[in-house]
Write a protein that binds this ligand. Structure first.
Ligand SMILES: [Zn+2]
Length: 124
C-alpha cells in the first residue's frame, strides 16, 4: 500500500480542522434557518407557503451535503491518526497531493472517485 510520509500527512491536519470549524458554523446557521422556517410556517396567515417549502427543501439539501463533507473530514482526520491519510481507500494507491490540496477530505484517487460516482466501485 502506497503511503504519504507522516510529515506529508500531518501537513493536512490544520487544513482539515479549519474545514471542520467552518462547517460547524455553517451547519449551525443552516439548522437554525430550517428551524426558523418551521416556526414561520406554523404562523397564521399561510402566505408564500409554496416559496417557503422550496427554500426549506433547498436548505435541507444543503444540510445533507455539508453533513457528508463533515463526515468525510472527520474520517480524514482519523486516517491521519492511523497514518493512512492520502491513500485511496479503494485501490490503495496514493491520492496525488495536488488533489488533496483541492479536496483535503478526498477518500479516493480521481479514477476510483469516478467509479464510485457511477456506482461501479468494487472493494476486495
Ligand atoms: Zn484509487
Amino acid at each position: 500500500m502506497a503511503k504519504l510520509t507522516k510529515t506529508q500527512q500531518k501537513k493536512f491536519r490544520p487544513v482539515l480542522l479549519e474545514i471542520l470549524r467552518q462547517l460547524d458554523v455553517k451547519l449551525g446557521r443552516l439548522e437554525e434557518a430550517v428551524l426558523l422556517a418551521d416556526v414561520e410556517k406554523s404562523g397564521d396567515d399561510g402566505e408564500d407557503a409554496g416559496g417557503e417549502g422550496y427554500s426549506r427543501d433547498f436548505q435541507l439539501g444543503l444540510l445533507e451535503n455539508e453533513g457528508e463533507i463533515l463526515k468525510s473530514t472527520r474520517l480524514a482526520l482519523e486516517r491521519i491518526d492511523k497514518g493512512t491519510y492520502g491513500t485511496c481507500l479503494a485501490c490503495k494507491e496514493l491520492i496525488p497531493e495536488r488533489r488533496l490540496e483541492v479536496v483535503p477530505y478526498a477518500e479516493y484517487c480521481v479514477a476510483c472517485q469516478e467509479l464510485a460516482e457511477k456506482g461501479d466501485l468494487e472493494f476486495d
